[in-house]
Design a protein around this ligand. Structure first.
Ligand code: SAM
Length: 205
């Protein structure tokens, strides 16, 4: 009997790093991205996540949703940002409000669809914003990268992603913002492996 192909949606998909290993296998990949310059990234639909009610019921139901809403506003990399003021008064910073709204919209989509698995990725600097302004997003479940320099913070419902102990990811500044934001293939690969290998206890019932 033919097995039904599994489906993954990639919200705010950029160059598609989150779902690259899925695209190279037999999963159906649907990438949703607002930037028209990325229309040639395979499987990308140039849509706005905020318009989700217009398109959501036309897509095949996903087994997994991954999301990487933009992280620049949460990043602690820019020393010129007044971090405390931004934290206490986000309404003074329209770009920060948009960034929080992007995260809430990804969560609205996940709530509506209720996929078996979902992962939302962001940077270390997002942790305290999410804790204060998006409390329904439970604390992050996994951080990936060398202990002193964890770069990928993951929230959601997903099996633990087993990275190789020597996994590192260098960010070098001569790349474009899109390239720097790309989720490395290793993480996409290990997420796919974790999901495919996961055996639910109910299987033995
Ligand atoms: C952090 S990057 C994603 C990186 C991606 N995970 C990868 O591996 O390449 C965030 C992306 O969200 C997109 N984005 C921002 N607002 C959006 C919106 N309202 N709807 C859809 N995509 C959006 C940006 O254009 C950007 O490409």
């Amino acid at each position: 009997m033919m097995q039904k192909r599994k489906v993954v949606w990639d919200l705010c998909s950029g160059l598609g790093g989150w779902t690259e290993s899925f695209a190279q296998s037999d999963w159906v990949v649907i990438r949703i991205e607002i930037n028209p310059a990325l229309e040639y990234v395979p499987f990308t639909r140039i849509w706005d996540i905020h318009d989700w009610m217009d398109w959501i019921d036309d897509l095949p139901h996903p087994d997994l949703i991954v999301a990487s809403p933009p992280c620049e506003e949460f990043s602690i990399a820019d020393p010129n940002k007044d971090r405390n003021d931004r934290m206490e008064n986000p309404e003074k910073y329209p770009e920060l409000e948009i960034a929080l709204e992007n995260v809430r919209t990804c969560l609205d989509i996940i709530d509506y669809i209720k996929p078996e698995w979902w992962v939302l990725e962001n940077v270390r600097g997002a942790v305290r914003y999410f804790k204060k302004y998006i409390p329904k997003l439970k604390p992050h479940k996994q951080a990936i990268g060398p202990k002193q320099h964890q770069q990928f913070f993951l929230w959601g419902n997903f099996p633990h992603i087993m990275m190789k102990p020597n996994f590192t990811h260098a960010k070098c500044d001569n790349r474009t913002a899109q390239e720097r934001a790309l989720i490395p293939f290793e993480i996409s690969f290990e997420l796919k492996r974790a999901i495919e290998n996961h055996v639910r206890i109910t299987r033995w019932a």
